[in-house]
Design a protein around this ligand. Structure first.
Ligand SMILES: Cc1cc2nc3c(=O)[nH]c(=O)nc-3n(C[C@H](O)[C@H](O)[C@H](O)COP(=O)(O)O)c2cc1C
Length: 204
């Protein structure tokens, strides 16, 4: 599928998935697309956990139930490891967002549907339960204990720790998924100045 066709075709699938399983090689291709995304300072702080079947998804569902994960035949959990982030600014949010966006497009290119699912993991207790279900400690053991004691939340993540950022269910749709409308191009794209529409007369 051509890139711009993929971009047009992608949508958030919030309805049921078909029970048809997803080959591991396709999940790996999607993961590779996520890892190919740019990262601030090349920190590569994104970690991916492939959940290749319902059995692998179950503990995550139990940690924080979400209807959409019930029917999805596979998923990819995206974590960030803040212990590897260096430099003055923390780009974890930007890094995982770029990675998730690329994986959504890769899933679409392979003919699957997916969704950026994060709200079930916002609450601290749910976040901890989900991390535990994925075998990830809240604090990275590589992070020194004395620093961990003084750890604080920065940019939505516990410094020195793992954060579960997004879960992408992956599969075929059971039926036609709902498409959401987008604002018109000219409501969001301007020329030269914010609010200024295209001036055909002055354009070469
Ligand atoms: C940062 C972010 C967080 C999101 N979190 C959720 C979520 O937790 N649950 C959900 O159903 N959809 C979630 N979505 C999907 C949005 O609802 C969806 O992208 C938006 O409605 C536009 O629809 P579209 O993706 O079909 O174009 C999220 C999307 C983004 C970018």
């Amino acid at each position: 599928m051509e890139l711009f066709e993929v971009i047009e075709k992608r949508y958030s699938h919030k309805e049921r998935f078909s029970p048809v399983s997803v080959p591991l090689k396709d999940l790996e291709l999607i993961a590779k697309a996520g890892l190919a995304a740019p990262t601030g300072n090349n920190s590569q702080c994104v970690r991916l956990i492939i959940l290749p079947d319902k059995e692998a998804i179950k503990p995550l569902y139990e940690a924080s139930p979400s209807e959409i994960l019930l029917s999805s035949p596979a998923a990819i959990a995206l974590l960030t490891d803040s212990s590897v982030v260096t430099g003055k600014y923390n780009f974890e949010v930007e890094d995982y967002s770029a990675s998730a966006a690329q994986m959504l497009l890769a899933a679409t290119a392979l003919g699957y549907v997916s969704l950026w699912l994060d709200s079930p993991y916002f609450e601290e207790e749910k976040q901890k339960a989900a991390l535990s279900a994925l075998g990830a400690p809240v604090l990275n053991p590589r992070y020194k204990a004395e620093e961990a004691n003084g750890s604080k939340r920065e940019n939505g993540s516990l410094s020195g720790g793992y954060s579960l950022r997004v879960v992408l269910p992956v599969g075929f749709p059971e039926g036609e998924g709902k498409r959401r409308s987008k604002m018109a191009f000219k409501e969001r794209v301007f020329y030269r100045l914010l609010g200024s529409l295209k001036d055909y007369k002055n354009d070469t």
